[in-house]
Ligand binder design. Structure first.
Ligand SMILES: [Zn+2]
Length: 206
């Protein structure tokens, strides 16, 4: 599809969205209220994967959540700054860090494969690989079960790293004011699995 067709798809979708708004008086009132300001309850940090539509997965309405996404939910200055904005300025008390099945970013990091001529992507994949250093050092091959484990591991590492990169967030986290919750989205079933600790997994078949 050419650019004009792609833009047309977005414009047409937005037109349908506005049509639905006009036909739903309650929604329209909420939307007008939202125009005045926001006070969301959640931040979801997730992968950019097009099969992970965060708002839809949790039936979140506009105004309910900040959604931050990039390939492999990697922390950066911009992500940490956005989390500080949400947590400190807008008093959000719940951060969900959500990975997903068959994550291409994590797979790319494991196999260290990118097209040639790229400058930024290999750097990002290295950061994911660094977060997986420990489990990867124990395995020669990565099967499907191990991949799910590694994605969950990376999510947990990301969640644990957040307070280490912002003193303000760390303080609120220590006070238990802020919850940072790891989760894993199963694309095939639509199920979100919340977890706080990794299951034991000693090697790919263990
Ligand atoms: Zn992904």
């Amino acid at each position: 599809m050419g650019h004009r067709h792609l833009r047309a798809r977005l414009e047409e979708g937005n037109a349908r969205f506005r049509e639905r708004l006009q036909s739903d008086v309650q929604r329209l009132l909420i939307q007008r209220q939202l125009a005045l300001g926001q006070s969301p309850s959640f931040v979801v940090l997730s992968c950019m994967d097009s099969r992970v539509p965060v708002e839809e997965i949790f039936s979140l309405q506009p105004g309910e959540a900040f959604v931050l996404r990039n390939a492999g939910h990697v922390l950066s200055d911009a992500i940490i700054a956005s989390l500080e904005f949400a947590v400190v300025q807008l008093h959000v008390r719940y951060i969900l860090v959500m990975g997903h099945s068959n994550c291409g970013a994590v797979q790319g990091a494991i196999h260290a494969t990118t097209a040639t001529g790229l400058s930024a992507l290999p750097h990002l994949l290295r950061r994911i690989r660094n977060s997986l250093k420990e489990p990867l050092s124990q395995w020669d091959t990565v099967d499907d079960r191990a991949l799910e484990y590694l994605i969950k591991y990376h999510v947990l590492q990301t969640a644990r790293a957040i307070p280490t990169q912002s003193r303000a967030i760390d303080e609120l986290h220590k006070k238990d004011y802020l919850k940072i919750q790891p989760a894993f989205y199963h694309i095939d079933s639509g199920t979100v699995e919340f977890y706080d600790h990794l299951p034991q997994l000693n090697g790919p078949s263990g």
